[in-house]
Design a protein around this ligand. Structure first.
Ligand code: NAD
Length: 355
């Protein structure tokens, strides 16, 4: 099979971690006899430096031509003071909306080898954790009208959702729950927000097509508390854009480190954009300290969701598992008695375990 990937390293640690993920992908293609065709393009701060804008047309075109996009991260202090319409983050929002990627999958999986990196008590963690956050990605407050008064004394961001937007993401969540443990927890703030009341009513209506799946609702404040009190109650968490952004970072921490968590952004067809959930970590950029595992596991998600190559995806996941089992760790997940590796060495160790 030919795998056509647009590679967008971005800023900060982006180039460091994407380099390792691409070498793992090359190894997968070698072992399983696929052809890898990559096109590397700029977005975020790197594109601002080169073209004066965070998302050049040429980058968007390359992404549209590809089967899938592999992205590192964008942003950093260098661009913190550029005007808001040109900030590096605009590249991400621009890509998600131009490519129609409305469904963001963020698995939070605690590996048994990393139990000691999880800040929760052992009796709460039990035998490990496996939660899938399904976050709506192209609606809500991040995409609503925004503005500020001329004197800078007031500002607003509008949160809006339509029924079809909620229906399509709810369907994705129910479909995914069917392949997992059959439970969806929909998170909203229906006691306060009109958009949440629409969200809850629409989710209930879609649920009628999926009665084999259990559905319950939680307010977002309660959900954030329950995630650390009793995370085992969750299988699939379905939520809107901003709540999903916050809850998935919280879920990431209970799995030990933000450096471990991949994500997929999907639409109805097989196209997808794959990226770690963390940012560009400017504090460790270029220092060979970043953990590349989140990006490598994003490649596994790409193989599974865009290309339908589940054996290849499983080989990447197994290689990560084996590297952890062999005691290999980057600094963010290091504990006494394990072997500390830099970004490049961890990437090579995982690539070497692909078989
Ligand atoms: P961050 O995720 O970049 O970093 C938070 C902390 O986690 C830092 O201490 C960092 O060193 C650490 N960290 C992150 N990824 C790591 C990895 N792979 N290995 C080891 N440690 C890791 O979040 P931030 O500091 O809030 O943001 C930094 C920049 O990234 C900002 O410009 C922000 O706008 C941007 N950002 C981009 C994205 C994205 O591109 N998807 C997401 C979030 C933040």
């Amino acid at each position: 099979m030919e795998l056509r990937i647009a590679v967008v390293p971005g800023d900060g640690i982006g180039p460091d971690i994407v380099r390792e993920a691409v070498s793992v992908l090359k190894k997968v293609c070698e072992v399983f006899n696929h052809t890898l065709v990559t096109e590397t393009v700029l977005a975020g701060g790197a594109a601002i430096d080169e073209y004066g804008i965070p998302l050049p047309e040429s980058t968007l075109d390359a992404c549209k031509r590809a089967d899938a996009v592999l992205l590192g991260a964008v942003g950093g202090p260098k661009w913190d003071n550029v005007e808001s319409s040109k900030r590096p983050e605009k590249a991400l929002l621009g890509l998600r909306s131009a490519l129609g990627l409305f469904c963001n999958l963020r698995p939070a999986l605690l590996y048994k080898q990393l139990k000691s990196a999880c800040p929760l008590r052992a009796d709460i963690i039990g035998e490990g954790l496996d939660i899938m956050v399904v976050r709506e990605l192209t609606g809500g407050i991040y995409f609503g009208e925004k503005g500020k008064s001329e004197d800078g004394e007031s500002a607003y961001d509008i949160m809006a959702y339509s029924k079809p937007e909620v229906e399509r993401i709810a369907r994705k969540a129910f479909e995914i729950a069917r392949k997992r443990n059959g439970k969806v927890t929909s998170v909203d703030k229906a006691n306060v927000l009109e958009t949440s009341r629409l969200w809850r009513a629409t989710t209930e209506a879609v649920h009628k097509e999926y009665e084999d799946v259990e559905l319950n609702h939680l307010y977002v404040d309660n959900a954030s508390m329950q995630l650390v009190r009793n995370p085992h109650q969750f299988d699939v968490i379905l939520t809107e854009n901003m709540f999903g952004d916050i809850l998935s970072d919280e879920a990431s921490m209970i799995t030990g480190s933000i450096g471990m968590l991949p994500s997929a952004s999907l639409r109805e067809d097989s196209f997808g954009m794959y990226e770690p959930i963390h940012g560009s970590a400017p504090d460790i950029a270029g220092m060979d300290k970043a953990n590349p595992i989140a990006t490598i596991l994003s490649v596994a998600m790409m193989l599974r969701y865009t290309f339908g190559l589940s054996d290849e995806a499983a080989s990447v996941e197994k290689a990560v598992y084996d590297a952890l089992e062999d005691g290999l760790r980057c600094a963010d997940i290091y504990s006494e008695g394990t072997t500390l590796l830099g970004t490049a060495a961890m990437g090579s160790a995982i690539a070497a375990r692909i078989r």
